[in-house]
Design a protein around this ligand. Structure first.
Ligand code: XLS
Ligand code: NI
Ligand code: NI
Length: 435
């Protein structure tokens, strides 16, 4: 045991009336919601990058945190960081974590050295995971921080960078596989452009499509049973990113023949950056059959960048889980807190409290979503609104109609549609009863 979390005990569920700030007030892992334990519904993950690798810097200033595992450029500190991370997983009773290669190992002077560092830390994780509860929700490669990635990874104009990216993803998929990861994520950090003046978009998209096919081929080759996930984001760090949003990603997967192999990891803040709501992105993925997992956070609505704050808006999160539950819930996916404490939140206690808050908000949201589903008010309203499509004439029109035959029917039957209320306010008031 390190002394980093001295004085902080394992977090327990104490119920909504408890005044203990380091207890769960709503997240009760064993509580059964719609026939399933809350922990098994929500599948929470702690994100290594925000809680341990990020040092509190912003575009205007450097690190604000002071952690015993700094500087992060040597293996001894990487292991200390892992010790403390696993202590935190235990304190939170977190079922999952997620990481990039770059978060967990020091960058080497060469590719071979970086790989050796990664393998050593993966063995270290594997040793810890033998006795720990925590499992790996997903692994990924950071192909955006180092200078070599400045013009993209698989979309880089330089084939040597494409090669470096392919080799990097191989090592990260191997690491994920070895640790029993349930998914592998690709977020295209710099897969996009700064200006079209220097960019051959068609060539870059073709390269990205070929790259993702290689990922899928490798998954099958090594027998990785997890899901390959692409994470949409419209911009930042690039001015424009190819994986703009769920619908754009689906078009990309379709074009490159991957729509049955790859699903999406949707992030609340990225949905907001794309000008959507989170439930819009989730509903789109559900409609297209590609919902995989979520990155739970929240974006500040005033600033135009990815602020990665912990969620605190139950009504918004409830609608997100409503669509997830309607889709049957997560299979390999889960709720990853791709969220960080503010740079003024310096203490170990802040790291714990932020996750408690996020977990409690999601728990309340899940319960509200489940209550709406069990009550059936929204699905009844939908059935009523689309009831006309259940009539034989409507079904026949959809199955066999042509513009000619439909024209004839409109003329002969004198069809004259009568508008009906969309009842939006009544439905909003309904939701308000549950959140
Ligand atoms: C950045 C992304 C990133 C991915 C993993 O905005 O959210 O954190 O989730 O590379
Ligand atoms: Ni993310
Ligand atoms: Ni993000």
């Amino acid at each position: 045991m390190t002394d980093f979390f001295n004085g902080i005990n394992k977090v327990k569920y104490e119920g909504p009336d408890s005044t203990n700030p380091l207890a769960f007030h709503h997240y009760n892992p064993d509580e059964v919601v719609m026939g399933k334990r809350m922990e098994d519904h929500l599948r929470f993950a702690v994100a290594y990058w925000h809680s341990y690798a990020w040092e509190g810097g912003d575009p205007f200033g450097g690190r604000t945190f002071d952690r015993p595992w700094y500087p992060q450029d040597n293996m001894a500190n990487a292991k200390l960081k892992a010790d403390i991370a696993f202590e935190m997983f235990d304190i939170l009773d977190a079922p999952f974590f997620c990481f990039h290669d770059y978060d967990v190992r020091p960058e080497g002077a060469t590719f071979a050295e970086s790989t050796k560092n990664l393998e050593e830390i993966v063995d270290y994780f594997a040793g810890k995971m033998e006795s720990a509860k925590v499992k790996l929700l997903w692994g990924t490669a950071n192909m955006f921080s180092e200078r070599r990635w400045m013009s993209g990874a698989s979309t880089n104009p330089d084939p040597d960078v494409f090669a470096y990216a392919a080799a990097t993803v191989k090592t990260c998929m191997d690491a994920t596989h070895k640790l029993g990861g349930q998914n592998y994520v690709l977020w295209g950090g710099r897969e996009g452009y700064e200006t079209l003046l220097n960019t051959d978009m068609k060539q870059e998209l073709d390269h990205m499509g070929r790259f993702l096919n290689m990922v899928v081929e490798y998954k099958h080759k090594i027998g990785f049973k997890g899901t390959i996930l692409v994470e949409p984001k419209p911009q930042e760090p690039s001015k424009h990113q190819y994986d703009y949003d769920a619908a754009t990603c689906y078009g990309f997967l379709k074009k490159y023949g991957l729509e049955n192999e790859v699903k999406l990891n949707l992030e609340q803040g990225h949905a907001i950056l794309a000008g959507h709501s989170f439930e819009h992105e989730i509903a789109t993925a559900v409609a297209l059959g590609v919902l995989g997992s979520i990155d739970m956070n929240r974006n500040d609505y005033q600033s135009g960048w990815d602020t990665d704050q912990f969620p605190n808006n139950v009504p918004e999160v409830a609608l997100a889980y409503y669509h997830i539950l309607q889709d049957g819930g997560f299979t390999t996916g889960g709720t990853n807190f791709d969220a960080k404490i503010r740079r003024q939140s310096l203490d170990a206690e802040d790291l714990i409290a932020s996750h408690i808050g996020g977990m409690d908000v999601c728990a309340r949201a899940l319960k509200a979503a489940a209550a709406m589903i069990e009550d059936g008010g929204l699905s009844d309203a939908l059935s009523n609104r689309y009831a006309g499509w259940e009539t034989p004439a409507a079904k026949e029109m959809l199955a066999n109609g042509t513009l000619d035959s439909i024209f004839d029917r409109v003329m002969s039957e004198g069809i004259n549609p009568q508008p009906k209320s969309g009842r939006q306010e009544i439905l909003e008031n309904y939701v308000n009863r549950f959140v």
